[in-house]
Design a protein around this ligand. Structure first.
Ligand SMILES: [Mg+2]
Length: 329
């Protein structure tokens, strides 16, 4: 079925959210709780699927588990607050690996001021860590994926493609330690950051919609457009490709590294993709520059739903086609 279709199938069987709540279909659920609004999300990391112990330490796994959940809360315009975690472990797992995972959880939860309030442990054939996290909106309103209007500017924080490049380098056994650029790319895959502080500053400018870039710009941009029934026109030359990918592309010059491909389709960069009044783009850039974070305008939201484009490429084709499609361009 594929992940998206399976999620839709399950969501349909569970049924719609009550009025005033958001369930499946956004970065986190939005729920009323004792007179407040809470954000609630979960993510699971599975050995062999989401991480490979050949090059991911236990600390990396624990850190990333916290970061990817915090990123989803931030993308709703909220601060992560508390988490619980469920570990599945093969019986032969060393205590030192578990200690390392906990080190990573502690490091990341301190960084984003998250309390890890409990968890559970069971046995499995591979290591996995499932985490659920709650958070609270920064201001009065959460920022959904829906809510854009034609004419909005489409912007993204930071650079894209680095995590995908880091994964390529690590999975091919390249020694990344001798190069600051390659080590930086590897770190983007192993220890992603969550743009929590940046989301807080952005929310002061009331973005109309936001998502974190977890599946690659093409896929997440499509989700953002789909949620509010709009089209988009993005300039591929504007996409802020991670400059360190040039070194990886040089190193693998006989191979298939295309920095723009990685930026559009690589995923796991955990940057914020958002829509904002075009008059506020400059203020967003100034505000986030103070935090050392770039904001790049990629293009605009358009009225025509049937026109979702990155340059000459149809967004739907791009997200379906995967790696090789753009290479001809
Ligand atoms: Mg997300």
């Amino acid at each position: 079925l594929g992940e998206s279709a399976l999620i839709e199938r399950i969501a349909a069987r569970i049924g719609p959210a009550p009025r005033g709540e958001t369930w499946s279909g956004d970065d986190a659920a939005v729920l009323p709780f004792s007179g407040r609004t809470i954000l609630y999300t979960t993510d699971v990391m599975v050995e062999g699927v989401d991480f490979d112990r050949a090059y991911c330490s236990g600390t990396d796994v624990g850190f990333k588990s916290v970061a990817i959940n915090a990123s989803d809360i931030a993308a709703m315009g909220g601060a992560p607050r508390h988490a619980v975690a469920a570990l599945s472990l093969p019986p032969e797992t060393s205590v030192s690996f578990v200690d390392a995972m906990v080190d990573g959880v502690v490091e990341a939860s301190k960084r984003w001021s998250i309390g890890v309030a409990g968890g559970d442990i069971s046995r499995a054939h591979e290591v996995s860590m499932a985490m659920a996290m709650i958070g609270a909106p920064f201001g009065d309103a959460v920022v959904h994926r829906s809510g854009a209007k034609a004419g909005d500017a489409l912007c993204v924080t930071g650079h894209l493609g680095g995590a995908g490049g880091g994964l390529k380098a690590l999975s091919r056994g390249i020694d990344v330690t001798g190069s600051a650029a390659l080590a930086g790319l590897a770190a983007r895959h192993l220890r992603p950051s969550a743009r929590v502080v940046e989301a807080k500053r952005l929310c002061e400018l009331h973005p109309t919609a936001m998502i974190d870039v977890s599946d690659g710009l093409a896929v997440d941009l499509w989700h953002l457009m789909d949620a509010s029934g709009t089209g988009c026109d993005v300039d591929p030359a504007a996409v802020p490709v991670d400059p360190r990918l040039a070194e990886l592309a040089d190193l693998l010059s006989d191979d298939t590294i295309d920095p723009l491909d990685l930026a559009l389709l690589g995923g796991e960069d955990f940057e914020l993709l958002f829509r904002i009044d075009p008059d506020k783009v400059g203020r967003a850039q100034t505000a986030l520059a103070e935090l050392g974070c770039a904001v790049t305008r990629l293009g605009s939201v358009t009225e025509n739903v049937s026109e979702r484009r990155i340059g000459d490429h149809d967004l739907e084709e791009l997200k379906e086609a995967g790696w090789d499609h753009l290479r001809t361009g």
